[in-house]
Design a protein around this ligand. Structure first.
Ligand code: 5RP
Length: 227
């Protein structure tokens, strides 16, 4: 599995611009990409700076000595490289397995191009069946939001922390709720918007129509899916 992730991470390195600001996603596949990016920076092959999508991404940039920037200095990014938990045939994504979906979506929206790196096991026919759809929720609103979601016929569970008692607290101080849909979601964009309209829901892990290309790694090679 990690060789498949490494092949996807290697494949996306060829998209790196010579210079400029790009987004650095989160997750274990992105960690492999960050290592490669750090090497290219140290060899002088690229002069990019990165907007990190999480504290994990920030620490990766520090570890690999990749220059940092932010959305105030660079509100428009040339490219973002990120992972995903599931990818469907239209290149819609489920993200948020690592709880970084809010900043990931902001950074993706600020980017001219979103390139996703995954191993082949993440390709699915329908999002939300194997992997739940996470949403980030303001803690104050938790009970209300779960009640609304319940009335929509969707099961929800609060994501529990590992290494600390209690719920996961995101980099933004919020909770994550994982949603289990009773059947395949027929209208992804409408579902994401409907969830976001519930007061207290900060963002959803559905990334609809945002990815431009997906670099898929297998144990022996990689290939690219484009819109
Ligand atoms: C974090 C994410 C990650 O990109 C996603 O969970 C994929 O992670 P990995 O590359 O470790 O499988 O969305 O919020």
């Amino acid at each position: 599995m990690s060789e498949a992730k490494a092949n996807a991470a290697r494949s996306v390195l060829k998209l790196l611009p010579r210079e400029g600001a790009i987004g650095l996603g989160s997750g274990s596949t992105v960690a492999l990409f960050a290592e490669g990016l750090g090497r290219q920076v140290s060899e002088g092959k690229t002069k990019v700076s990165v907007v990190p999508t999480s504290y994990q991404a920030y620490r990766l940039a520090v570890e690999y000595k990749i220059p940092l920037t932010n959305l105030d200095l660079n509100p428009e990014l040339l490219l973002t490289v990120d992972g995903a938990d599931e990818v469907d045939r239209q290149l819609n994504l489920t993200k948020g397995g690592g709880g970084a979906l809010l900043r990931e979506k902001v950074v993706a929206a600020a980017s001219r191009k979103l390139a996703i790196i995954i191993d082949e096991s993440k390709l699915v026919d329908n999002l939300g069946i194997k992997f739940p759809i996470p949403i980030e929720v303001l803690p104050f609103s938790l009970g209300f939001v779960r009640r609304r979601i319940d009335t929509m016929g969707i099961a929800s569970s609060i994501r529990e922390s590992q290494g600390k008692l209690g719920p996961v607290i995101t980099d933004n101080g919020n909770f994550i709720i994982d949603l289990k849909f009773p059947k395949p979601i027929s209208d992804l964009a409408g579902t994401s918007t409907g969830l976001k309209m519930i007061p207290g829901v900060v963002e959803t892990g559905l990334f609809v129509g945002m990815a431009n290309e997906v670099h898929v790694g297998t144990a022996t090679k990689s290939y690219v899916l484009k819109k």
